[in-house]
Design a binder for this molecule. Structure first.
Ligand code: RIB
Length: 305
């Protein structure tokens, strides 16, 4: 647990999941009931919460990660990745297995993920740390929903801004969306929250539920954001896709790193688009995430937006 002096230091706190990812590359993703043979598997640090903290830190953010890990050996590579990426470790060790994710990646780079939550499911609302002095709180939906809500409420009471990446997709209570300043979703997650309809209408619909800013990531079509009355649309940064696992998490982490150092939304979105493209060009979630120097270099060469 953080000491009182730690609590005032990070500009960003990520509250969420940490998983050890077991990744197999396959000729194609299995249909229900189908068995597909892959050659081998590898393990890598993952989990949407830890991924976003790592992406944020590598992009220059000052960030702490609060989540739950088991006391088993699976926790060790997750802690090492947080440490090596410069994330402040606010994790709890609990008597439950560390979360695990079983990921299939097709030849075209698409993925399919099954998560065994383990320790992540033990993160109860009463364990949320005090958030005084924190500028930004980042949340996703791989820990219990009442904990996500408690953390969002604690952040708002402390004057912090709340970023919610509403992934994996699920309907959300109105009370949670009212606490959110920046909502980041992919197209499927957006439609889960907004129902059907054309894209801009969906963003307007979700914005009316609370978040001032709604960002939808569109894969190879880039991203679209609505902030107040202002629309921002960016194309994707060109990349040869190898593995899309963690690309959305990279987008969120890099976006918040830029916002938390005072960049305007349009500029922060450019960083995020470039970051997620770089992550798609490499394998794994955290192993693929870019560092600030790479991002700066790619941004300086990008003429797309
Ligand atoms: O968003 C990618 C992540 O989803 C993976 O790292 C996996 O752990 C699952 O949480």
């Amino acid at each position: 647990m953080p000491s009182a002096s730690d609590l005032s230091r990070p500009r960003v706190v990520v509250v969420g999941s940490a998983n050890l990812d077991f990744v197999t590359r396959l000729p194609h993703l299995p249909a229900p009931g189908e068995t597909v043979l892959g050659e081998a598997y590898s393990t890598a640090p993952g989990g949407k919460g830890a991924n976003q903290a790592v992406a944020c830190a590598r992009a220059g953010g000052q960030v702490a990660f609060f989540g739950a890990l088991g006391t088993d050996p699976f926790a060790e590579p997750l802690l090492a990745s947080l440490r090596e990426s410069g994330v402040q470790d606010w994790t709890l060790r609990v008597p439950a297995p560390t979360g695990a994710a079983f990921i299939s990646v097709s030849e075209t780079g698409e993925n399919c993920i099954v998560v065994a939550s383990g320790a992540n499911a033990t993160l109860r609302p009463e364990r949320v740390p005090p958030l005084a002095g924190v500028g930004w709180l980042v949340l996703q939906l791989e820990i219990p929903l009442d904990t996500v809500l408690a953390a969002a409420q604690a952040a708002k009471s402390a004057g912090a801004r709340v970023v919610l990446n509403a992934a994996p997709a699920r309907p959300l209570p109105a009370e949670l969306l009212r606490q959110v300043d920046v909502l980041v979703v992919n197209e499927g997650e957006l439609r889960t929250l907004a129902g059907g309809g054309e894209l801009r209408g969906c963003l307007r619909h979700v914005q009316a539920l609370g978040p001032q800013t709604v960002v939808v990531t569109l894969g190879e079509r880039g991203c679209l954001a609505l902030s107040g009355e202002t629309w921002t649309e960016l194309p994707a940064h060109p990349v040869q896709v190898r593995d899309t696992t963690g690309a959305g998490d990279t987008f969120v982490g890099v976006l918040v790193a830029a916002l938390s150092r005072g960049e305007a939304l349009a500029s922060a979105l450019r960083w995020a688009v470039v970051g997620s493209a770089l992550a798609c060009g490499r394998e794994g979630a955290q192993p693929a995430m870019p560092w600030r120097a790479e991002l700066e270099e790619a941004l300086s060469r990008w003429t797309g937006a």
